[in-house]
Design a protein around this ligand. Structure first.
Ligand SMILES: Nc1ncnc2c1ncn2[C@@H]1O[C@H](COP(=O)(O)OP(=O)(O)OP(=O)(O)O)[C@@H](O)[C@H]1O
Ligand SMILES: [Mg+2]
Length: 331
């Protein structure tokens, strides 16, 4: 009963900052509107647990997300809310314990050339030059030498690294290495780009350059992108949609369209104001998650549960994620 009340209070907080926003930013952040046509990516009732018994962690609980072609979706949430778990499931590196993930209507059963995962660690071949780092995977995918060379040249130019074609990764700065990684990913022309906090290790200024660059490239190519971050402003700068997640259990709180004009700057006043409110709502959701976790670990009388692997309690079944205003419901 208490959890019903606390979950409702999170919903009020979330809907409150949407409803109660001042007139000047009305419409910048709205509940996601329905899209026409079939989704590129469909996540349906996905749940995932790590471990068993008392050590069980519910990394994802009843996650429903539909991503349409050409959308830039940011998965935003605090540490441990299951962002990476969901991204790895999309990439096919992890099979979720429940639910279904489809790409173009086909169930994901493993990695595929249609999806490319980009990490914070640059993962470049250290013994290959910038140009060779781009050409190697293109050749491995069967492109001709001339085609691979032309694509490498074009994408090196796109990320402003002309003149560094012969440099080895260790001769580049962190930001330049990330640009090589981005160029390599884009040159492969994947239908879906999956990015897990790729800019987290960069200094603020380099990060900001990467944001501008990624916006420009996305506006040009309109790839379908799922971008994981716990940085609210980064999500608002990059995403045309932000899926707000919370932890314990990892779940979707809100699915929002970002209608701020591009190119966006993290210091734009409406963006700063919106990020402040999202942070506030996330802080409240974290408190509710911690309460729910404590209750899931103890019985209704407050004593430890006799059967710690009790599925409903472990999944936070006393949380009403759907009841609370359709949070996490597919639209
Ligand atoms: N291999 C694993 N074994 C056990 N538990 C795991 C494993 N991977 C993740 N978890 C747990 O699952 C939950 C979700 O983890 P995940 O890495 O998806 O979170 P995240 O949102 O990406 O967090 P961060 O922002 O810190 O990267 C966490 O509680 C984490 O401890
Ligand atoms: Mg992560």
């Amino acid at each position: 009963m208490g959890s019903m009340r606390s979950m409702r209070s999170v919903w009020h907080a979330l809907s409150g900052w949407i409803r109660g926003r001042p007139p000047r930013d009305r419409g910048f952040l709205v509940p996601r509107r329905a899209r026409l046509g079939p989704p590129k990516i469909a996540v349906a009732s996905v749940g995932h647990r790590f471990g068993t018994g008392r050590r069980q962690v519910v990394a994802l609980h009843d996650v429903n997300i539909a991503v349409h072609p050409g959308e830039f979706v940011c998965l935003l949430g605090p540490s441990g809310c299951g962002k990476s778990t969901l991204l790895y499931a999309l990439a096919g590196h992890l099979a979720p314990s429940g639910g279904h993930i489809t790409i173009d209507g086909v169930e994901v059963h493993g990695p595929g050339p249609d999806r490319l995962l980009l990490f914070q660690d640059h993962a470049l071949f250290p013994w290959l030059s910038v140009r060779q780092n781009l050409e190697f995977p293109l050749r491995a995918r069967g492109r001709s030498r001339a085609d691979a060379a032309a694509r490498a040249r074009a994408y090196i130019g796109l990320v402003h690294l002309d003149g560094f074609e012969q440099a080895l990764p260790h001769q580049l700065s962190g930001g330049m290495r990330m640009r090589v990684q981005l160029a390599r990913a884009l040159a492969m022309d994947p239908a879906v780009l999956l990015m897990d906090e790729p800019f987290a290790a960069l200094d603020a200024q380099t990060r900001s350059h990467m944001h501008q660059l990624l916006q420009t490239i996305w506006l040009r190519d309109r790839k379908t992108v799922v971008f994981v971050t716990h940085d609210v402003r980064e999500a608002l700068v990059l995403g045309d949609r932000v899926v707000v997640m919370a932890a314990r259990p990892g779940r979707v709180l809100q699915d929002l369209d970002v209608n701020l004009p591009r190119p966006r700057d993290p210091d734009d006043a409406p963006l700063v104001e919106l990020s402040r409110r999202i942070r506030g709502a996330l802080r409240e959701a974290e408190g509710v998650g911690a309460d729910a976790e404590a209750r899931a670990r103890s019985g209704p009388d407050g004593r430890a549960r006799k059967d710690p692997s009790d599925e409903r309690a472990a999944e936070g079944a006393d949380l009403p994620p759907r009841a609370a205003g359709g949070l996490g419901a597919p639209r």
